[in-house]
Design a protein around this ligand. Structure first.
Ligand code: SF4
Length: 103
């Protein structure tokens, strides 16, 4: 991006799905979704405390903060800036869930 207010553009021919952008984006605006059979893995930025743990069952929230169901924490990358959490949800929630709340 030339300006921080520009909308990011991803070159899908070059993206390897490494997920590094999720923790780097200052606007917490990038999510990576991987479809896996009837489930979807959503990797999202998470800056709240406490930090979830792998295997935790958490509440999946939509963009408005409304609960959409349960999610299982699959991976947690702790950083000194933005932590990155991967959750597993039902496939039909892949484009709706964008945050989590610990139970
Ligand atoms: S996941 Fe993000 S950082 Fe990794 S290659 Fe794709 S766009 Fe770049």
């Amino acid at each position: 991006m030339k300006d921080i207010n520009d909308t990011p553009k991803i070159d899908y021919n070059k993206c390897t799905g490494c997920k590094r952008c999720v923790g780097i984006c200052p606007g917490l605006a990038i999510f990576v979704i991987k479809f896996k059979d009837k489930k979807a893995l959503i990797t999202l930025p998470y800056e709240l405390l406490p930090i979830p743990k792998v295997e935790d069952i958490v509440i999946a929230l939509d963009r408005e903060g409304k609960p959409r169901g349960k999610a299982k924490v699959i991976k947690v990358n702790i950083s000194n800036k933005t932590n990155v959490v991967t959750i597993e949800v039902e496939r039909n929630l892949a484009m709706e869930v964008r945050n989590i709340k610990l139970d």
